[in-house]
Design a binder for this molecule. Structure first.
Ligand SMILES: [Mg+2]
Length: 302
């Protein structure tokens, strides 16, 4: 599929907001997804080498992830006991209705929140490739992704307290079976197939845009009181209207207090909406042009 430059720009803006699948660039980047990149020489520098290495080889990554899930677990009892505790933003909850009498659930993004896809990214680094839908689907079909450190213990603790785990992911619906098999094989709670809210999930009376997750959050909120949300991208928690550094900053100004209580952010230095925000979400630019914008975004003094 080849898209025109304006269409690519619009798609990139819309789809990069709720990054979920792993990529170099993010899986939500339709440009590269549609057109696998010509592999540069393996000796070429990869923007992703240190990030992937950090995820795979640093104890700091493991400790960070464990800290997030353990802290979240410490908040579970309060979240369950306080019937007005809800992790959907008021604008979304108001459209759905009262939640206090609904059964509890937590919403979890999958990629780099529940499942670690760093081996896929390591392959891209080693082979000088960028993300594309074909290699991504092959990786998902392998069902070899391991749990992010700490998520298993949290999910089991939540399940034991009667909390349903909902997997709200931008993995496409056609990847549902392989994804659920991967989750089950790793011991993660999967109540039934309805807990997978992948990209393409139909939501009645809600118009969905690109990969944004608002409609699927509303769908979850109709049946559950959402105690917590977990993700590795801002778009996993709330709709991002414009993927700019300013708009992203304003979002954190508004909802920063929610993190560490109702919202839990996993570290993902490898990909995400933060990166294209540095180059106007224009994935159609050559790699070197994107790098030039990123270098230009570096702060050399405060
Ligand atoms: Mg993710």
């Amino acid at each position: 599929m080849r898209l025109t430059a304006p269409a690519l720009s619009l798609l990139a803006s819309a789809l990069l907001l709720a990054a979920c699948k792993p990529t170099t660039p993010p899986a939500d980047a339709p440009v590269d997804a549609a057109a696998p990149t010509q592999a540069p020489a393996a000796s070429d520098p990869s923007d992703n080498l240190n990030a992937v290495l950090w995820i795979q080889r640093s104890e700091e990554y493991r400790a960070n992830s464990l800290s997030i899930f353990r802290a979240a677990a410490d908040h579970l009892d309060d979240a369950i006991a306080q019937t007005n505790w809800d992790a959907l933003v008021p604008e979304e909850r108001e459209l759905i209705g009262e939640a206090s009498a609904l059964p509890p659930a937590v919403i979890m993004d999958i990629d780099e929140t529940v499942l670690d896809n760093s081996p896929y990214q390591a392959r891209l680094v080693q082979n000088g490739m960028e993300y594309d839908e074909v290699t991504w689907a092959q990786w998902v079909a392998e069902k070899k992704a391991k749990p992010v450190p700490g998520v298993l213990e949290f999910a089991k603790a939540a399940e034991a307290k009667g909390v349903t785990i909902l997997y709200l992911s931008n993995r496409a619906q056609h990847l549902q079976e392989a994804t659920l098999e991967n989750l089950r094989a790793e011991g993660l709670p999967v109540k039934d197939e309805s807990v997978f809210l992948g990209l393409g999930t139909f939501v009645e009376n809600c118009e969905q845009h690109g990969t944004e997750k608002t409609c699927r959050r509303r769908l979850a909120g109709r049946d559950y009181r959402v105690l917590m949300q977990f993700g590795d991208q801002l778009g996993d928690f709330v709709d991002i209207v414009a993927n700019t550094t300013d708009a992203r900053g304003e979002l954190l100004d508004t909802y920063g207090d929610w993190f560490g209580e109702r919202w839990w952010m996993l570290a993902n230095p490898s990909y995400g909406g933060w990166e294209p925000a540095q180059f106007n979400n224009d994935w159609a630019q050559p790699t070197e042009a994107r790098r030039a914008s990123k270098r230009g975004a570096l702060e050399l003094a405060n």
